[in-house]
Design a protein around this ligand. Structure first.
Ligand code: GLA
Length: 407
């Protein structure tokens, strides 16, 4: 009896244990499949859209430490820093190889003093240091990406004194975008250093739906190029990019911004009028203001656009609400951005080839028709008086009239 019952009891015990283990595993794997990782802690950065400079639009892969130092100096001497521009970001192609430990190193010919020294130089100018990597095996310029090295790279950037990471999406394989950016965001947070995360996934997986929990800004489109309108390979002109932002206003908020790509102001492909419109619309969109021109050699017109304090103040308004396009009649558009304190920023845009009258109605700003409001023209730098019910202005071809309306 004993000899029979002992193995039977043992067998029964094993079956019960195995079943229990299996059901635990099933519960665990179900939980794994169903539950996305919890939202990351907000890093508390970029309460207003980041402002700075990035090497890509003008210099592409032609970057070295002399250029970055010269640009940092020019950010100070030109008044860009005083106007609010902070981050000096080296885009693609700064990379050399990984060393024997797998630590990423800069290209020794282009950055012979190393990235720590360059970061120190940027910081000594009262500016912040930004760098670029990619969530794939290689960057778009074919340099080593961070896939599989995320924590190691984040530690390296922190040791160099990096304050801002632009993280691209070339050669990313079949990775899920949210998960890939989540890993780098966790890695940056684990360094204990304040590092802004700029997500550069080109809008492919609708990042506005998920990136607010992962990073500080997210590209909403492919690359910008230095033209008013048009599409070239993966790049779009300013008007094409603007059209893609019109529906994204609900997603912008302090710490988390739609990014319609970096500025082309001063790069030579558009007129001064068009650059003024480009800059005004970026300010209305609460877009990061990342200059992309040659700061050390910019002309007076470029500098006047990039450093217009009143337009920058619209971009940096602490309420953090992105503008809405409230009317579009052919080539004529009205964009409205609510500001802290009950005022409104307004852009009257003329996309057509001849000057035109564009009208703003108080109802478009959610104001009663009887409300009296002071109207100021931000590019003219002039008050145009107290107005009521409506305001109309003549707008140049491809131009804007940008207003601040204050009841
Ligand atoms: C992508 C990005 C650009 C730039 C280049 C660098 O195209 O969208 O902004 O960083 O890569 O190779």
């Amino acid at each position: 009896m004993d000899r029979v019952s002992k193995p039977a009891a043992w067998l029964l015990g094993r079956i019960v244990l195995t079943l229990a283990a299996l059901s635990l595993l099933m519960v665990a794997s179900l939980a794994h499949a169903d539950d996305p990782p919890p939202p990351l802690k907000d890093n508390g950065l970029a309460r207003t859209p980041p402002m700075g400079w990035n090497s890509w639009n003008k210099f592409a892969c032609e970057v070295d430490e002399a250029l970055i130092r010269k640009t940092a100096d020019a950010m100070v001497s030109s008044g860009m820093r005083e106007a609010g521009y902070q981050y000096v970001v080296i885009d693609d192609c700064w990379h050399g190889a990984r060393d024997a430990h797998g630590d990423i190193q800069p290209d020794p010919k282009r950055f012979p003093s190393g990235m720590k020294a360059l970061g120190d130089y940027i910081h000594s100018r009262g500016l912040k240091f930004g760098i670029y990597s990619d969530a794939g095996l290689k960057t778009c310029g074919g340099r080593p990406g961070s896939w599989g090295h995320e924590y190691q790279d984040a530690q390296q950037y922190a040791a160099w004194g990096v304050d801002y990471l632009k993280y691209d999406w070339c050669m990313a394989g079949t990775q899920d975008a949210r998960s890939a950016y989540y890993i780098m965001s966790s890695a940056l947070q684990a360094t204990g250093r304040d590092i802004v995360l700029s997500i550069c996934e080109w809008g492919t997986s609708k990042p506005w739906l998920w990136a607010g929990d992962v990073g500080n800004l997210w590209r909403t489109t492919g690359d910008i190029y230095d033209k008013w309108e048009g599409v070239r390979d993966y790049s779009s002109g300013v008007m094409n990019i603007v059209d893609k932002q019109a529906e994204l206003y609900p997603y912008a908020r302090p710490g988390h911004w739609n990014d319609p790509d970096m500025l082309e102001v001063g790069n030579g492909g558009m007129t001064t009028e068009e650059y003024r419109s480009h800059f005004s619309l970026w300010a209305m969109l609460a877009a990061p203001l990342i200059a992309g021109n040659d700061i050390a050699n910019m002309d007076a017109a470029t500098k006047a656009i990039l450093t217009n304090r009143e337009v920058i103040a619209v971009d940096q308004d602490p309420l953090g609400q992105q503008a809405r396009r409230v009317s579009k009649t052919g080539d004529l558009e009205v964009w409205i951005r609510p500001l802290q304190g009950g005022g409104r920023a307004v852009v009257l845009l003329n996309r057509g080839s001849a000057p035109a009258q564009v009208r703003l109605d108080w109802s478009q700003m959610d104001y009663p028709l009887t409300l009296k409001a002071k109207v100021r023209d931000l590019w003219a730098g002039k008050d145009v008086g107290v107005q009521q019910a409506r305001y109309q202005a003549n707008v140049a071809s491809h131009g804007v009239v940008m207003l601040k309306v204050q009841p």
